[in-house]
Design a protein around this ligand. Structure first.
Ligand code: PGA
Length: 250
């Protein structure tokens, strides 16, 4: 099974954290489909995380890449560097990048191109704000974000979309699982009908996923997996979520 359950460690981690996380995860995970799991540590901790977990078949990726291959771009990392070091995927266009780092739709599109060129699976994040949700314009917002990200690409050899309502990230609030399922159906429909040359592998959900709500989320047919922030920082909790995923999806 391809990548479905991704830990986004954001700006967290240390040598000690990663060693104890790996131990806790391996002690508590009872599946054998390690290849459906991905970890996105900080770029500094990429190699240590890989050294500890790659032998089990877990995929290691990054939280962001640059939209260019190389050049005078202080502080950035490229998709080709990720590939060179054995990385498999990159999160692209996370709402924190869009909001805190002013990531534009043009740069998100360039990042997708770089990922595609370098054989890195892009995890494209889309999601509506609380106000947009309340105004009942979620579908329009998501269609717009999909269109902006994909319109300049003739084809993409792989794509995972993470539906992450901004108001659900780190807040403990999640939409009703059935509503998430309908949104995922819509996303699959839009991508497949408008961008038939894009290989959409899965649509995963992100926003306050934890060991208590994972079951009802993964019971939904079109929720193919999850992108997990807060709850992924505990190796045991992440393993418990992965165990629930295994029961329902594998
Ligand atoms: P959260 O973060 O699980 O802490 O809500 C999800 C994300 O930002 O990808």
């Amino acid at each position: 099974m391809s990548l479905r359950l991704i830990a986004n460690w954001k700006l967290n981690g240390s040598i000690k954290f990663i060693k104890s996380w790996s131990q806790l995860f391996l002690e508590n995970f009872n599946g054998d489909n390690f290849n459906s799991i991905g970890i996105a540590p900080s770029s500094l901790h990429f190699s240590l995380t890989k050294d500890l977990l790659i032998e089990h078949g877990i995929n290691i990726g990054v939280q962001s890449i640059d939209g260019e291959q190389f050049g005078a771009r202080t502080g950035e990392i490229s998709a080709s560097m990720v590939k060179d070091l054995g990385g498999v995927f990159s999160i692209i266009g996370h709402s924190e990048r869009r909001v805190l780092f002013q990531e534009s739709v043009e740069s998100i599109s360039r990042k997708l191109a770089q990922a595609n060129m370098n054989d890195i699976v892009p995890i494209l994040c889309i999601g509506e704000s609380f106000e947009e949700n309340k105004a009942n314009i979620t579908q329009d917002v998501l269609e717009g974000q999909i269109n902006d990200a994909l319109k300049d690409h003739k084809d993409l050899s792989s794509l995972i979309i993470a539906y992450e309502p901004i108001w659900a990230i780190g807040t403990g609030k999640t939409p009703n699982p059935k509503d998430i399922n309908s949104v995922h159906e819509m996303i699959k429909d839009v991508v497949q009908s408008r961008f038939p040359k894009t290989e959409l592998e899965s649509v995963i959900y992100g926003g306050s996923v934890n060991k208590s709500n994972a079951l009802e989320l993964f019971e939904q047919k079109d929720i193919d997996g999850a992108l997990i922030g807060g709850a992924s920082l505990d190796g045991k909790d992440f393993a418990l979520i992965a165990n629930i995923f295994n029961k329902l999806k594998v």
